[in-house]
Design a protein around this ligand. Structure first.
Ligand code: ZN
Ligand code: ZN
Length: 133
C-alpha cells in the first residue's frame, strides 16, 4: 500500500496545517496530525531526502479499506481498477460490430464497405443491411 505525500493535514483540533509552515509553539497534545480526507494519523516530515516538508500517512495501524478511499491512495489496486475500467470499455466497443453492409433504398441495391452507394453517388439513402452479415 502506497500513499501520496500531502501538503497539508488537520491537527487534533481540526485546523488545517500546512507542511511548509507548521505552527510554532504548539501544545504537545495538539501536535497530532490527521488526513483531512480519511482521518488517518499523519507524520510531518521536514526536508527529508531533499523533497521538502510534507505529511505522510501513518498507515501501519490504520484500516486499509479507509486508506483505499482516500484521494492520496496510490496503490497497485487502484491501478488495476483503472485498467479494469479500460478493459471493460474496450469489451463494450468490441461487441458493437461496425456496419459494413448497406442497402440503398433509393437504388434498391446492396453493397459492402464504406457507406457510399456507387449508383447514386451518396450514402444518405443507405441503411444498415441486417440481411447479410
Ligand atoms: Zn488520507
Ligand atoms: Zn444508391
Amino acid at each position: 500500500m502506497r500513499m501520496l505525500s500531502a501538503n497539508f493535514a488537520q491537527d487534533g483540533l481540526g485546523k488545517i496545517i500546512l507542511a511548509y509552515r507548521p505552527p510554532q509553539g504548539q501544545k504537545e497534545q495538539h501536535k497530532q496530525y490527521y488526513c483531512y480526507l480519511c482521518g488517518c494519523p499523519m507524520v510531518l516530515l521536514s526536508k527529508e531526502l531533499n523533497r521538502g516538508p510534507r505529511f505522510e500517512h501513518d498507515i501501519e495501524w490504520y484500516p486499509a479499506e479507509k486508506l483505499r478511499k482516500c484521494s492520496y491512495y496510490d496503490g497497485k489496486d487502484k491501478g488495476n481498477e483503472q485498467l479494469e475500467k479500460i478493459r471493460e470499455a474496450l469489451r463494450t466497443l468490441g461487441s458493437l460490430t461496425p456496419v459494413t453492409h448497406w442497402h440503398c433504398v433509393m437504388c434498391q441495391c446492396h453493397y459492402d464497405g464504406p457507406k457510399y452507394c456507387d449508383q447514386c453517388h451518396t450514402g444518405i439513402f443507405s441503411i444498415a443491411d441486417a440481411g447479410i452479415s
